[in-house]
Write a protein that binds this ligand. Structure first.
Ligand code: SAM
Length: 403
């Protein structure tokens, strides 16, 4: 049977594809279903036709998956901040296992590599130590009646799923840490009061684009970074003062200027509005300095589980040379240094390398060296790296886009 765009089908969703779409099969054709969970029977409408597969979105659930669970967040489904809150956590882990296995065994053709079970995190909500909220005049209008009225179009929150141009006005973010959520809510009340002009994503006008809130979960320290479009940050001084008088935990308030047409909040024009330009986080015995631009695992508690697992799998004997590639602030290398002879960490972001060197000093780890460079060519271009010994073990933790 020939299927076409706009057609409505009854489908059984059997699994989740990479990226979170439900997978179903109709005769021999694979159909990816937006909003479909494994175990769902649903009516879905085809909206895209490709050579080898179709894409559809769920119109109505005929029978809800046995793995369905109530999402905690009132914005779930529209907000792009998280996904799969409506899928029971054990089933999320199971689906992740299926995907990793598929990637290695079927797609990568590494069929002899054993795939271990996914290790879940005890804390399913409130675990994130970093969030980047948008302050925007492009609010997502939830109630269509609102459209006819003279309404305030300012939003402080997160992007609508798959929309660069619309922001959900978030009331409470459940994956964000508790303390940083309180700060988010304080900002929500006060940004308006202090007349801070929101950014218009479409017209590329306005002053404040984003607010990054970082929280050391073990240290309870907070860093706030206002991402602005101008060099002059003086209008942020009153709100910075009121933030630090309200929250003792704030150790750093910064502003970072990015160009109006830039697609990211990365900046090399960072200014301190109050305190230091970093916070610290503790994982196991080590204290880590984290600057605004440096990568740090976003789930601090689970980072320890991950780092311990690396030591367990590597089964170090004490005489190994280890490369920690894509090392960020050096946290993996510093965690495992006590078990090996020497660690060499390599990272592209200079501020992260500086943090890593300082972290080694502060934690009195002296068998580790960090290098700044792009792993695409640094082993050919750096004279220093040509002199270091060959590795016995390489630990790789590349960015999401891959190597
Ligand atoms: C997933 S993070 C891992 C950080 C670290 N291993 C940790 O556990 O905190 C990936 C890191 O790779 C760095 N990176 C991205 N592209 C790179 C490249 N081409 N060369 C070197 N480092 C890179 C990023 O700046 C980031 O710090």
């Amino acid at each position: 049977m020939k299927l076409s765009k706009g057609q409505i089908l009854d489908l059984d969703v059997t699994s989740l594809a990479y990226g979170g779409l439900g997978v179903s099969h109709y005769n021999d054709i694979t159909i990816f279903v937006k909003g479909g969970l494994p175990g769902d029977k649903l009516k879905a409408k085809i909206y895209k036709k490709k050579k080898n597969y179709l894409e559809a979105y769920s119109l109505e659930k005929i029978e809800k998956s046995e793995y369905y669970t109530n999402p905690q967040c009132e914005h779930y489904g529209i907000c792009g901040g998280c996904s799969l809150q409506d899928l029971n956590y054990n089933e999320q882990l199971n689906q992740k296992y299926v995907q990793v296995k598929d990637l290695f065994h079927r797609i990568g053709k590494f069929s002899s590599i054993p795939i271990n079970n996914i290790i879940g995190c005890e804390q399913h909500y409130g675990y994130r130590n970093k969030m980047e909220f948008s302050y925007s005049s492009n609010k997502w209008i939830v109630d269509l009646n609102e459209k006819n009225e003279e309404i305030d179009s300012t939003a402080f929150g997160l992007h609508v799923k798959s929309r660069f141009d619309k922001i959900v006005d978030v009331n409470d973010c459940h994956i964000n840490g508790k303390l940083s959520n309180k700060i988010f809510q304080f900002l929500k009340k006060n940004l308006y009061k202090y007349n801070i002009i929101p950014f218009d994503i479409k017209k590329r006008t306005g002053f404040l684009r984003n607010v990054i809130i970082r929280q050391g979960h073990a240290t309870n320290q907070i860093l706030i970074n206002f991402i602005i479009t101008e060099s002059n940050n003086s209008c942020l001084i009153p709100i910075a003062k009121s933030l630090v008088s309200e929250f003792d935990e704030i150790k750093s308030v910064l502003s970072s200027t990015v160009k109006r047409n830039s697609g990211s909040s990365f900046s090399d024009e960072e200014k301190i509005l109050w305190g230091e330009d970093y916070i610290t986080e503790k994982i196991d015995q080590n204290i880590y300095k984290i600057s605004s631009n440096s990568f740090f695992q976003t789930n601090s508690k689970q980072a320890k589980v991950l780092y311990d697992l690396i030591s367990q799998i590597a089964n170090f004997k004490g005489n190994e040379i280890v490369y920690d590639l894509y090392c960020g602030t050096g946290s993996i290398g510093l965690h495992i240094a006590k078990y090996v002879k020497m660690v060499y960490g390599i990272e592209i972001v200079m501020s992260a390398v500086i943090d890593a060197i300082e972290n080694a000093k502060n934690n009195k780890v002296d068998n580790i060296h960090f290098f700044h460079g792009d792993l695409i060519n640094v082993f050919n271009s750096s004279e220093e790296l040509k002199l270091i010994p060959k590795p016995d073990i390489i630990i790789l933790d590349p960015p999401r886009a891959g190597m």
